[in-house]
Design a protein around this ligand. Structure first.
Ligand code: FES
Length: 137
C-alpha cells in the first residue's frame, strides 16, 4: 500500500464537471516505483475515487474503451481482459480471476470545482523531460 509522501503536493487531474456519477473515468499518467502506469478517477456516490488502471490478475489496463471501466449496471469496476470485478468503493476483488487482490488506490480530493490527486511515496507524477542541452527552456 502506498504511503503519503511528506511533501505531497496535490496535482490537478480534471474539472469536477468532467466526472458524471458512475460515468466515464478520467485517465491520467503517473509512475509507480518509477515505472509509467495510468490511473483513473471516477465519481461514486458524489465523490471522486481513484485507482491505478492495473488489474490485480495480470498487470494490464482494464478499460474496454478509454475511461470505460464500469459494468453495464454501473455497479462494479470490470476488467475487460478476463472479467475480474472490483468494488469501486474500496477496490476489493468481488469476482473473477483477481482472487484476494485489490486495486491500488490513489488519494484524490475535490476542491473548488477541480479534482486533485496526491502523490505518495510509491505513486509519483510523471517527471517533466529534462531540457535538451543548448535549448533555451
Ligand atoms: S487481466 Fe484483468 S481479469 Fe485478467
Amino acid at each position: 500500500m502506498s504511503t503519503d509522501a511528506p511533501d505531497a503536493v496535490p496535482e490537478r487531474v480534471c474539472a469536477s464537471a468532467e466526472l458524471a456519477e458512475r460515468g466515464r473515468a478520467v485517465i491520467w499518467d503517473v509512475t509507480q516505483y518509477g515505472q509509467p502506469v495510468r490511473a483513473f478517477v471516477l465519481r461514486l456516490d458524489g465523490r471522486p475515487v481513484a485507482y491505478l488502471n492495473r488489474c490485480a490478475h495480470v498487470p494490464t489496463e482494464m478499460d474496454w474503451n478509454p475511461g470505460e471501466l464500469l459494468d453495464s449496471e454501473r455497479r462494479w469496476i470490470l476488467c475487460s481482459i478476463h472479467g475480474a470485478a472490483y468494488d469501486p468503493h474500496d477496490g476489493r476483488c468481488v469476482g473473477g480471476p483477481c482472487g484476494r487482490g485489490r486495486l491500488v488506490p490513489v488519494k484524490v480530493a475535490e476542491i473548488d470545482g477541480e479534482v486533485y490527486w496526491y502523490p505518495s511515496r510509491d505513486i509519483r507524477p510523471v517527471p517533466f523531460d529534462e531540457p535538451a542541452p543548448g535549448s533555451s527552456r
